[in-house]
Structures are given as C-alpha cells and as structure tokens.
Design a protein. Structure first.
Length: 453
C-alpha cells in the first residue's frame, strides 16, 4: 500500500473516531434532554413506578416512570423524539451488571472495524439495554430493561486494507411528501409524521458520511429545503419515475453513476434504524463474501417493535415468497429463507449486479397482471434479489437487531388508521406473494408471465 493511501486511510480513521466521539456525546445529551422534555410537558402528577436500579441484572427493570398525558399530542411527540434507542453496555460493566449511569451507545461489531486500530481485539457484550415508551389513553410509561442479544464474543479487526470509507456507500431512498410542512408531530397528519422520519434517516446517513441519493417525485418545498443543509445528498428528478418501482430504481441508477461509490444500500425512508446496520451489510461485500446482502431482522426486535398485525403478516408474506422460490428451484433445499420483506438490501456497484436491481418488466403477451405488482415495493426491492439468486450470484443474509421506528408503530396503531393499515398490509402480502410467483415461474420456464421492457 502506498504511503499516500496509508496516510489517507489514517486521516479517515481519525475523522471517523472524532465523529463517533461527537455522536456519543450528542446521543448522551439527547437521552437526558428527553427526560427534561418529559418533565416539561408532563403534569406534576409524575410518579416513579420503580426507582432507578443502577446495578440491574440482565432482564431486570432499570427504571420505570409514569406520566399523565397532558397534552397528549405534545407528549406523544416528545416521548418519541429519540427515546427509542438501542443502548449498549460499556466494557466497564464487566458483561455482568448494568450501571445505568454508564450507559452509552455500543459501537457495534461492524462499526468497530472502522473505529478501532487494526488487529485490536474488541469485546462485544452479550446484551443491550432498550428503552421503550408505551402510551395508553391516559398514561405514558417509560421503561428500560436489559435484553439478552447473544452469548457475547471477541472479534479481531481486519487489516487496514479492509476498512471502507463511508463515501463509498450510497444510500438510496424514494420520497414523496407533497403536503409536508414543519411543525409539531401529529399522528393525524401522516405526511408530516413520515416526512420527519425520512428526514431523520437522511440526517443519520449524512452525518455518518454516506452519500444519500433521493429519487423525489414532488415533495413540498419546505421538505426539499430541509435537505439543502447536507452536502452529500443528491436529489434525482431527471429520470423515468412514473411509478413507485421506477422511482426507486431511478435512485439506484443515479447512485451507480457516481464516481467512487462501491456499495449501494436501498431502504425505505421511514426505517431510520437501518442506517445503523449498513456496516454489517457492507462488510460481507468488501470481503467478497457476497454480491448481494439481505438484512434479516432479528426476531426479538422484529416482534417487539412492529405492530402485532404487521409482524404476523410480514412473516407470512416472507413464508409465501420463499415457498415460491423453492417450488421453482431458485432457493435450494438446505438454504435458509430470506427476509425479503425487510427492505434491507445492499449490493456491489457492479454493472452486472446493478442491472438486476434496475431491470424493468412488463406483462408477456396476453398476460393479465395486476398493475400494482409491477408498480410496487416488491418489484423495486425483491425482484433484484430473486434475479441474483437465479443468476447464481453470491446472495448472503446478515441478521441485525433492527428496530422499527416507534413513531411509525404508533402511526400504524392509531385508532383512526389501524384498519386501513391492516388492509394495506394484506394488499402488500398478496402483491408480494403473487409477484414473486410470477417472476419465479417465468425464470424457471414453467410459464412466461413477464418479459423485460
């Protein structure tokens, strides 16, 4: 390795370390700031349900407090502004007890590859702390518990040559928030709620140094103005984006054309926690273990953070999609099912791979196909994976502790919306299952349903 390249890598490592230290400080401040915000908006009737336990054992409650909801809307917004965090346990805890006054965000295994000296051994404790906020009609309860996440392990970082620079990663999303305006979060205003979540994801990605590619179809000027503060955000509006699938594929096409981008990560804009898991995906790509990586949501976080109906329907949709792949020889016996519904997908910026994720389809002659299948999320996020499997590329799955945004969960459980969200999930299940069946049968030669545009 040249002296010049070694110097650049050392500068990058130093910059990432500095950024990590700042992030740690910001999150620490955010956690305690939120406690003061709760104090501000909650009534004087706040009471401790359980006192702070500074040496809680694994699974024991660290603390729990209850607040009267007054006013409800304001408190809802404050409780969910950064409150649902996965918090790591510092090495100083010895991996046995949790000291609440020492909590800080754990550097994940993958991020340790970036932040630690090459060859240094890093101890990963076997559990994390998770804060959750539960809202009732009249009360809000904030609880923190220890969650066992594995047996713990020690890893050894790779050589310097295996470290990736954040600007080698392009995060691709599609946005359409036509009526978005800034203001207090109000669950009755879905555009504002989802828009704020998207801005949170964009902010997280930009602050980590990733390039953010946004295929936008007519978001409001105030929303677009919010994006101008980030230097590494590119807005795409000069490609064919006549439907949802084409919009998402346009972002991928634009990312693939950027000089220096080696890895592409596509995600839904409201899945804020996905940014945390980019290194886990990219690590498999940079070590040439995979051409395409699918993120598998770990079951305990998946079940805990999603609405019950969403967890059930998404699992069933995954089961049906994988069954179609097996019935058509695309997934082999012994190969694990893929979490195709997760939306967490990374792949190499290689023309042969990118083409699979941007390929456009139309019905074969005489075929009557529901337009939603080719216009939808399934075409945009699942078809590329299916094509890669069929082509024999290295498709790997990585399990990650992904948390669904608490604000979006509340949105989907809102009494005035829960019925429509359930209907939407059921429609997505049919689109996903039918869409994968059509492509799988086309690829296997059983029946020609689809042809390339």
């Amino acid at each position: 390795m040249s002296i010049e390249r070694t110097g650049r890598l050392q500068e990058n490592i130093a910059g990432i370390r500095e950024s990590a230290a700042r992030t740690k400080e910001i999150i620490e401040q955010s956690i305690w700031k939120n406690f003061s915000l709760i104090d501000k908006v909650a009534s004087a009737n706040k009471r401790e349900i359980a006192p702070l336990n500074k040496e809680a054992q694994i699974g024991e409650q660290i603390f729990s407090q209850e607040f009267d909801l007054s006013p409800r809307e304001e408190l809802t917004a404050e409780l969910h502004e950064g409150m649902e965090e996965t918090i790591g346990v510092p090495k100083e805890s010895g991996g046995v007890k949790v000291r609440a006054d020492l909590l800080y965000p754990l550097t994940r295994t993958e991020r340790a590859v970036l932040l630690r000296n090459p060859g240094e051994e890093v101890v990963i404790p076997p559990y994390t702390i998770h804060q959750t906020t539960n809202l009732g009609d009249e009360k809000a309860t904030l609880t923190a518990r220890g969650i066992k996440t594995g047996e713990g392990r020690t890893i050894k970082n790779p050589d310097v040559k295996e470290i990736f620079n954040p600007d080698e990663v392009a995060v691709c999303i599609a946005t359409q928030y036509k009526d978005w305006t800034p203001g207090n979060i109000d669950l009755s205003n879905e555009t504002r709620t989802r828009g704020y979540l998207a801005l949170g994801l964009i902010r997280e990605a930009a602050h980590h140094g990733y390039r953010v590619i946004i295929a936008d179809t007519g978001s409001s000027n105030p929303f677009l103005e919010e994006l101008k503060i980030y230097r590494n955000v590119t807005i795409v509006n000069d490609k064919d984006m006549s439907n949802f699938a084409k919009q998402k594929k346009a972002a991928i096409e634009a990312a693939s054309e950027i000089n220096g981008v080696k890895y592409i990560f596509r995600i839904e804009p409201e899945k804020v926690d996905s940014i945390t898991h980019i290194p886990a995906h990219v690590e498999l790509l940079l070590q040439s273990q995979a051409d395409v990586v699918v993120g598998k949501r770990r079951s305990q976080e998946f079940e805990a953070s999603y609405p019950d109906y969403g967890f059930t329907i998404e699992n069933e949709t995954n089961r049906q999609m994988n069954e179609h792949l097996r019935n058509n020889g695309i997934l082999k016996d012994g190969e694990e099912d893929l979490d195709l519904y997760s939306g967490l997908i990374a792949f190499k910026n290689n023309p042969a791979v990118v083409e699979l994720f941007t390929r456009r389809f139309k019905p074969a002659g005489g075929e009557q196909i529901d337009p939603k299948i080719l216009d939808s999320w399934m075409n945009a996020q699942v078809y590329g994976v299916v094509l890669a499997l069929h082509k024999g590329l290295k498709v790997k799955q990585v399990e990650v502790p992904f948390w669904y945004a608490g604000l979006q969960k509340l949105n989907e459980l809102h009494p005035n919306k829960v019925s429509s969200f359930k209907d939407k999930r059921i429609m997505q299940q049919k689109v996903g299952s039918d869409g994968v069946q059509l492509l799988a049968e086309t690829l296997s030669g059983k029946h020609l349903h689809l042809v390339q545009e």
